[in-house]
Write a protein that binds this ligand. Structure first.
Ligand code: SF4
Ligand code: SF4
Length: 422
């Protein structure tokens, strides 16, 4: 979901586009989005004229960076020619020296040598959905005939590896794997997957945006899962695997901030586009009342100026009472507004459904995160002082040499003094 560009009014904006609407060649039993049962029929891909219109408009607003995330259904069903057209239009309309980033979320089963060569050429970052070892994955990620897809996904990953494509693994955490953190981590290590992220499994009611998200796992189950996964990730103070949730926590302990929107203070400026051009502020807020317009009909300026957008952005900072005084607020920022049960006028809400999970993992990991982050910051500090400051330690009010962006006195000064580095 990441990426930046400067949108209308100086706002940064990334774009997630549902390339083929809900069309998908799998029929995962927990999927709340696709209803075609793994038999997509004629593919509803983004229309060429719409793609051209939007690219032109969007690129006019960029300021050095343009970020796209292509999702489905299964986006590879759009065909290679669609993506060739998309990257050609990006290049055609991007102002000179624009950095264009493309991310693609796929079930991995349709990846071929040709696809991998294309993805490498244009430096796509690929997210592959894989729920763990074969037995766990195949129980739920099945095709229209009910057959598991694990072998096909692993075959697709083989193509990515042979072409050196950057990819990460996205694992949905559901009833079938929430109590099996150790097996998942062992699987990632065995398969040499070095970047993974977890997504709790939502159920179909999630599309009713006037109700809070409903999940298959309980907050306690997810909390225990995160704690067990953390112990293995920590690896005696020398993590070998990048797990997005823990990496985000570590960033905060290193005086930076999380990159996951859920644990930042504000929802990012993002447009989620349906295949037909309908625009929404977030993937979790796709519903008529949150529609911002249609990029085939309305200009980006008009879409970003929609009062619906402002209403959406106001939700996350409207923290429930327990969050305001929570000791973990800097790590959590109240989670995701989609997971809060709101009053009718949306002025107040209960905490995020996963509040108990977050409290469990934050308390469980706190001491070890402090120690890990402290060591990393000092190493970074020393190395930067040597490389960039000719060995001279910054003044109290100068930016800290660890790179956090904070003043030295508000960042590493105490640690540096106790380690006798000054
Ligand atoms: S509503 Fe939730 S998922 Fe959407 S941008 Fe905000 S924090 Fe992220
Ligand atoms: S842990 Fe719970 S109470 Fe604390 S900020 Fe997060 S959601 Fe709010």
């Amino acid at each position: 979901m990441g990426g930046l560009c400067t949108g209308a009014g100086g706002r940064s904006l990334s774009v997630m586009w549902k390339t083929v609407s809900e069309d998908c060649n799998l029929a995962c039993d927990y999927c709340y989005y696709s209803t075609c049962g793994g038999k997509p029929g004629k593919i509803n891909r983004i229309d060429s004229a719409l793609l051209d219109t939007f690219m032109k408009d969007y690129m006019r607003h960029t300021d050095g960076v343009a970020a796209f995330a292509w999702q489905g259904g299964e986006p590879l069903l759009a065909g290679l020619d669609f993506f060739e057209e998309a990257v050609a239009l990006q290049a055609k309309y991007a102002p000179p020296r624009t950095v264009i980033s493309n991310a693609l979320q796929t079930n991995g089963t349709l990846l071929t040598d040709k696809w991998a060569a294309f993805l490498k050429k244009y430096r796509f970052l690929v997210g592959v959905s894989l729920d763990g070892p074969k037995e766990i994955h195949d129980a739920r990620r099945v095709d229209a005939r009910g057959q598991g897809s694990h072998d096909r996904v692993m075959n697709g990953i083989g193509h990515l590896r042979r072409h050196g494509v950057d990819f990460n693994i996205l694992t949905v955490i559901h009833k079938g794997n929430v109590s099996r953190a150790a097996e998942l981590i062992a699987f990632y290590k065995r398969e040499k997957f070095d970047h993974v992220q977890f997504i709790p499994c939502m159920d179909f009611r999630s599309q009713e945006t006037n109700r809070p998200g409903v999940y298959e796992i309980t907050p306690e189950e997810y909390g225990v899962f995160l704690c067990e996964a953390f112990d293995l990730w920590y690896n005696g103070g020398a993590p070998e695997l990048s797990v997005r949730f823990f990496d985000n926590m570590l960033s905060v302990y290193m005086n930076g901030q999380a990159e996951l929107c859920i644990h930042r203070s504000a929802c990012p400026d993002m447009l989620v586009l349906e295949q037909n051009g309908d625009a929404f502020p977030c993937d979790f807020f796709i519903g008529e009342e949150w529609k911002l317009g249609n990029v085939g009909v309305h200009s980006l300026d008009d879409i970003l100026a929609s009062p619906v957008y402002d209403e959406f952005k106001a939700l996350k900072p409207r923290l429930p009472e327990p969050c305001r005084s929570c000791q973990w607020k800097a790590l959590c920022h109240g989670g995701c507004p989609r997971n809060r049960n709101w009053s009718d006028n949306r002025k107040t809400s209960e905490p995020d459904y996963f509040c108990a999970s977050y409290q469990m993992i934050y308390a469980h990991a706190d001491e070890r995160m402090k120690s890990l982050a402290g060591g990393l910051r000092l190493r970074q500090f020393e190395s930067n002082v040597r490389r960039y400051l000719k060995g001279k330690v910054p003044g109290r009010n100068d930016p800290c040499a660890c790179g956090s962006g904070r003043k030295f006195k508000q960042c590493c000064l105490d640690d540096v003094q106790s380690a006798s580095l000054v």
